[in-house]
Write a protein that binds this ligand. Structure first.
Ligand SMILES: Nc1ncnc2c1ncn2[C@@H]1O[C@H](COP(=O)(O)OP(=O)(O)OP(=O)(O)O)[C@@H](O)[C@H]1O
Ligand SMILES: [Mg+2]
Length: 252
């Protein structure tokens, strides 16, 4: 990990009509950090990740990505090299062949037509096949993506990320729909990739066990605020119990 700051949030607030989803959050995340974002349902995890991804405009405060405000990255191509997003539903195009989805990681560089034509370029095809190979899907390159299992589709999304190579990866509950063994496998792969490329990774998770197992820093949100922001080895069972504790009358 270097000391370069990749993400800086200064008093960011997000309000949806009357609901305050994020309430004056401030933090910095350095290049290469592996951060788990945890907290009860409705705490603001998705809203925070979507704000960093530029998908949800913040209501106030300042958000700097690699020292520049989000507005600096208006051009999609520049931003896609900075930030890659992986979601529970993977954002894959179901009717397309697997390899097309993998090459879509290059869409930001080329535009759609070139991306589809890229299959005719042996070098590009080779890089997509190589990525599929790494995620254990070499034989599935030409299958229709929607026919793959949830775990396999998550691997396709991972291969797409390998081709895209963004500096920051934002993953919103990337393993929520997978069984524990597959979830472990995918998280392992995500961490290995991030370490290899010195990428900054922020992953929201409902599993505290996975957060502890794979991430070096845990940021916990509760009611739109930072409840704690600690190195993983400082996160105690006691503070976790407080985080997830229900107030009387509250439901998960
Ligand atoms: N588009 C929206 N319009 C109105 N309210 C919203 C919108 N998106 C989120 N919220 C509200 O903001 C709060 C934070 O939601 P968010 O989805 O960020 O929580 P979360 O921590 O990701 O929860 P979960 O663990 O269930 O995914 C919730 O109260 C939610 O209802
Ligand atoms: Mg969420």
């Amino acid at each position: 990990m270097s000391s370069k700051t990749m993400i800086e949030a200064k008093n960011i607030t997000k309000q949806f009509e009357r609901k305050i989803a994020l309430s004056s959050l401030s933090f910095t995340i350095k290049k290469g950090e592996l951060v788990a974002l945890i907290g009860p349902s409705g705490a603001g995890k998705t809203t925070l990740l979507n704000s960093i991804a530029g998908l949800v405009p913040i209501s106030s405060g300042e958000l700097l990505i690699d020292a520049m405000p989000l507005s600096f990255y208006k051009k999609g191509k520049v931003f896609a090299k900075k930030v890659g997003v992986i979601r529970q539903q993977f954002d894959l195009i179901g009717p397309l062949a697997v390899i097309h989805n993998v090459l879509a990681g290059r869409l930001h560089e080329w535009g759609t037509l070139k991306s589809l034509l890229s299959l005719l370029i042996p070098q590009e095809k080779a890089s997509a096949i190589q990525a599929l190979d790494r995620v254990g899907l070499r034989g599935k390159a030409n299958e229709i993506t929607s026919t793959l299992s949830g775990g396999e589709q998550q691997r396709v999304a991972m291969a797409r990320l390998m081709v895209q190579k963004p500096e920051i990866i934002l993953a919103d509950e990337p393993v929520a729909s997978l069984d524990p063994a597959r979830a472990d496998d995918i998280l392992n792969m995500l961490i290995t990739l991030s370490l290899e490329e010195n990428q900054t990774l922020i992953t929201s998770l409902h599993s505290v066990d996975f957060a502890r197992k794979y991430f070096t820093r845990i940021i916990a949100l509760k009611n739109g605020k930072i409840f704690f922001d600690l190195p993983t080895d400082k996160v105690t069972d006691d503070i976790l119990a407080q985080l997830y504790q229900l107030k009387s009358g509250e439901t998960v």
